[in-house]
Structures are given as structure tokens and as C-alpha cells.
Design a binder for this molecule. Structure first.
Ligand code: DAH
Length: 347
């Protein structure tokens, strides 16, 4: 047969096949292979070239047939692929009228909210924030704070020991000794919030684990008036503008003089109610002027430097501020308890 005619026939068959073709992409590829694969109908035509006289003309016919059929198939494949993609896109269309997933917004635990507030207040007064180890040596928890071995003051903090020399800190005052050691005789103005541990009754208002914020200021000419003004400002920012502060004398081995600090009751404004147990005052922290022995042991000359220190119970402040009656609630991971503070905390 005349090669020209043969190529024409192949071309027409391919066109016909394509016209009758369903829309299945896999079948289309099989069909393409029938004409164009290595052993497909068109490449097989090349076997005849040896019998042809005008090889150049035959080659031209071959190429134009092959190119044309290839183009037909490619166009059809692209058309099918585009169609398929469009169908998928249509199926995946997002229905913006469907109700969305609701994620419940969490709320900060009031305990951490209060720590943040305390930090903000003291940062505003130029303090920096320190941390210290929760497991610490006897030296830092007691010795350097003027509580020698066998001192009766240790009994009040009879505590959780890892070994003879290492214990869970019973107060954040231990950080005072670390900070003084690092400061090497330079002025200090820090607070340190953190967890503390001591043997205690576990009841509504006591827990063997609780948290404190320690404060320490050391410089020249620091006096009790500075301490009072500082704590008054703290109490006013934390509770209310008209809060007053009262000092009662007390004893801590690391301060002299030592004071218990009361604030005027924010609930009854001093008249007497069940929060202040009828006294008009609420005790919130311990404080005092840094004991000369403490200064000396950490390399400060008490003739030149003086300082004040205080320790605030974080749970106590939080319980007062939010009317929480049971300290154990802070440690029970009870989401219902935390959810109660959603409104209060977001104010
Ligand atoms: N460390 C004391 C306690 O745990 C609290 C305290 C009192 C800290 C007086 C101080 C301070 O820094 O000066 O009860």
C-alpha cells in the first residue's frame, strides 16, 4: 500500500478512536499507547522504510503523522485532566454556612495571674526578677540566713530533706543568700517568686507545698520607712487604692527588727467582717530589716549597707483577692475551679 495512504489511514483511525472515546483517563492512555508506544501502530511503520525508495519522503510522512496524532492525544489528555480537577474543586468547595468548630478558650489559673501581677508591680518599682533552686543546700536555706544548726527557728520549718545537707527549700528566702553571693557586695533590688515546701498540716489553709515571693533590697541608707512605703504601694496596687499597711513586731532570724505586715481589710474597709475575722486587718506577709549577721556572712559591711526583705505568700494573696476558701484547689488540676475565674480574670 502507498505509505501516504497508510499514514492517512492511521491518522483517521486515531481521530475516530478519539471521537468515540469515553472520558476515562486510564483508557485514553492505553489508546495512546496503541498508536504511539514503542511498538505502537505508528512507530511500527518504520519497519517498512527498508522497502521504500524515497526514504526522505517516507520520514517526513512518518513525522508529520506521529506529531499530529501525538498532539491530538495530548490535547485530549489535558482536557480530561482539567475536567477532573474542576470536578474535584467543585466537590471540595467550602460551605461557609456550615457551623464551625468551637474551641473553648482557656483561662489563666488565678495563681499565675497573681504572680504576674506581683511581678508587674515590682518591675514598675525598678526591681528585677530572680530565680533560685527548689532543692537547695542547708547553707542557703538556713546557715547564711542566720539560722545555725540546732537553732529552734528550724523547728518551724522542719522540712523535707534529700540528705543531711540537701533539702526542698522551706522558703524563698534562700534566694537572698544566692543573690548576695553573686552580687559580691553590690546593691541589690530583686524579687523572686517560687515554690516552697515544708512539713505542714494539709487543710483548707495549709499545704506542704505553697509559693512565696521573696523581696530583697540592699543599698546604702535603706530604712524601715522605705520598706513600709514599698509594701503600701504594693498593697494598694494589688488590692485597692485606699489600702493601709500596719506593721506588728515579730521574729525572723534573718531580719532585725522583724515585722508581720497587715493590710486594712479591703472588704469592710476596717469595720470588721468575716474576711478579717472582725479585726479590720488581714495579715499578708513577713518582713524586716536584713539582719547584720546576714549582711556580714554574705560579704556586706553592715556599717555601710543596710537592707530590707519580705516574703509574700502567693496563695494567701490569691485567696484573699478572689475569695478562695480552700488552698488545695490550686493543686488539684480541677478545670471547673479554674473556669470559675474566667470572668474575674478577664476583666
Ligand atoms: N521566710 C519567711 C517565711 O517563710 C517569710 C519572710 C519573712 C521572708 C521575713 C522575709 C522576711 O524575707 O524578711 O515565713
Amino acid at each position: 500500500m502507498d505509505p501516504k495512504q497508510k499514514f492517512e489511514e492511521l491518522r483517521n483511525n486515531a481521530k475516530k478512536d478519539l471521537e468515540n472515546f469515553s472520558d476515562c483517563l486510564q483508557e485514553l492512555i492505553l489508546l495512546r499507547n496503541k498508536y504511539l508506544a514503542k511498538k505502537g501502530l505508528i512507530p511500527l511503520m518504520m519497519n517498512n522504510i527498508k522497502d521504500v525508495e524515497d526514504k526522505k519522503a517516507f520520514g517526513e510522512l512518518y513525522n508529520s503523522c506521529k506529531n499530529e496524532v501525538e498532539a491530538l492525544f495530548n490535547a485530549k489528555i489535558s482536557e480530561l485532566e482539567a475536567k477532573k480537577l474542576n470536578e474535584e474543586l467543585k466537590k471540595e468547595k467550602i460551605d461557609i454556612t456550615l457551623p464551625g468548630n468551637n474551641y473553648d478558650r482557656g483561662v489563666a489559673n488565678p495563681f499565675y495571674k497573681v504572680i504576674n501581677e506581683i511581678e508587674d508591680i515590682f518591675l514598675g518599682m525598678g526591681y528585677s526578677i530572680e530565680t533560685g533552686p527548689e532543692v537547695d543546700f542547708d547553707k542557703y536555706v538556713f546557715e547564711l540566713l542566720n539560722i545555725p544548726h540546732d537553732h529552734p527557728a528550724r523547728d518551724m520549718q522542719d522540712t523535707l530533706y534529700i540528705d543531711n545537707n540537701l533539702l526542698l527549700r522551706s522558703h524563698t528566702s534562700s534566694v537572698q543568700a544566692h543573690v548576695m553571693e553573686k552580687a559580691k557586695g553590690k546593691p541589690i533590688k530583686i524579687i523572686c517568686p517560687g515554690k516552697t515546701y515544708r512539713r505542714d498540716n494539709d487543710d483548707m489553709t495549709h499545704s506542704h507545698q505553697f509559693a512565696q515571693v521573696e523581696g530583697l533590697v540592699i543599698d546604702k541608707n535603706i530604712n524601715l520607712g522605705n520598706l513600709k512605703a514599698t509594701l503600701e504601694l504594693f498593697a494598694q496596687k494589688m488590692f485597692s487604692k485606699d489600702t493601709k499597711v500596719r506593721f506588728r513586731s515579730s521574729f525572723f532570724p534573718f531580719t532585725e527588727p522583724s515585722v508581720e505586715v497587715d493590710i486594712s481589710c479591703f472588704n469592710c474597709k476596717g469595720k470588721g467582717c468575716n474576711i478579717c475575722k472582725g479585726t479590720g486587718w488581714i495579715e499578708i506577709l513577713g518582713a524586716g530589716m536584713v539582719h547584720p549577721n546576714v549582711l556580714r556572712m554574705s560579704g556586706y559591711d553592715p556599717e555601710v549597707y543596710s537592707g530590707f526583705a519580705f516574703g509574700i505568700g502567693i496563695e494567701r494573696v490569691t485567696m484573699l483577692k478572689y475569695g478562695i476558701l480552700d488552698i488545695r484547689k490550686f493543686y488539684q488540676s480541677d478545670l471547673k475551679f479554674i473556669a470559675e475565674f474566667k470572668k474575674v480574670v478577664e476583666e
